[in-house]
Design a protein around this ligand. Sequence first.
Ligand code: SAM
Ligand code: SF4
Ligand code: SF4
Length: 376
Amino acid sequence: MRRLGVGARPALGKRFLLRKVAHWLCHRARTVPQWRTMPSDLRDQFSRPLRDLRISVTDRCNFRCPYCMPKEVFGADHAFLANPQLVSLPELSRIVRAFRNLGVEKVRLTGGEPLLRPDLPDFVRLLKTELGLPDVALTTNGWLLEKHAPALRAAGLDRINVSVDSLDATKAGIMNGLGFSVSRVLRGIDAAAALGLPVKINCVVQRGVNDDELLELCGYFRERGHVLRFIEFMDVGNTNHWTSEQVMPALAIVARIHQQWPIEAVGPAYRGEVASRYRYRDGKGEIGIISSVTEPFCKDCHRARLSADGKIFTCLFAAEGHDLLDQVRGGMGDDALTEYIGNIWRGRGDRYSDERAELLAKKEPRAKVEMSYIGG
Ligand code: SAM
Ligand code: SF4
Ligand code: SF4
């Protein structure tokens, strides 16, 4: 069973409802697409449509979270992509237009750390204004957010996810790998919220590292009206020394929070939503749990990823991508590019999280791309 239900639904709190309506109105008011895609009948091998695109705008990051980019691996001698290898704005325009033709309605800009890219507001403006995407979101570690939030908002960004694994200065420093304080990230969140940007918080839960802090995190963010989403620690890439013992299962997360603040399951806002949603029974907002290890959701995975050097990956755990940038730079026309991507999607049979247990039991090492390269 996907949802971890813990009770019956009460009426929504008035404040929560008002905020939801305000966000919806705000979102609608800012979303005036110049053109909409025709519904596409494109389906992969398991009848999944293509709806979302995550774009990694850089493989670089100013943090070294051990669960993502351990500093021993991503050190001074690591070969990051060079500027000429990165997708430029005009190239991105052509590639995303092809994805739009195939039914993509949502784009998330990520990385690496997307705020390291100086032309990020231009990316947002392109997606919103030129390509008319109804939903453009950003995932960031928040370190540079206070400075860049106004330009992103002005460019038309719809919403933002900020990663916060701990509110404790020492522990946050351990979890970002470089001893950076969390207070600057929290100031960035306040700055984005003050501009009217809907903010969600991403928190990777690692047993024995930050699982003792779930309640503090819930308390802090529910007071400020931000949805907090706990993410099970995943075996992404090949370098984070993942073991199943370090995963705090979604069920245990829900149970712990429920003891302090009773919560109950809410249905997904749309098909393919990755987080299972729960609302606080006292009406003070909601949380989400992304349970890709203990409750995989491959059957509803409608997402493709584009790496910073223009390769499409059809699964977070894929070993290889298909080089779209090479096709664009080689002169492929727009219709051919759409067809090319469509064929890749038609052939897609990925369902790594569904198969994880079986694959791990076989103890066969599997090469996977790093999350910082293809985008989380
Ligand atoms: N640098 C940005 C950030 O940290 O928000 C965006 C890129 S990061 C790869 C995207 C998301 O992936 C973050 O919320 C991060 O916490 C999450 N993430 C990274 N490694 C993970 C892992 N091993 N398991 C679960 N989530 C992970
Ligand atoms: Fe950087 Fe984000 Fe990965 Fe942390 S999770 S190392 S902030 S890309
Ligand atoms: Fe999608 Fe791959 Fe994750 Fe399954 S494992 S949900 S197919 S990205």
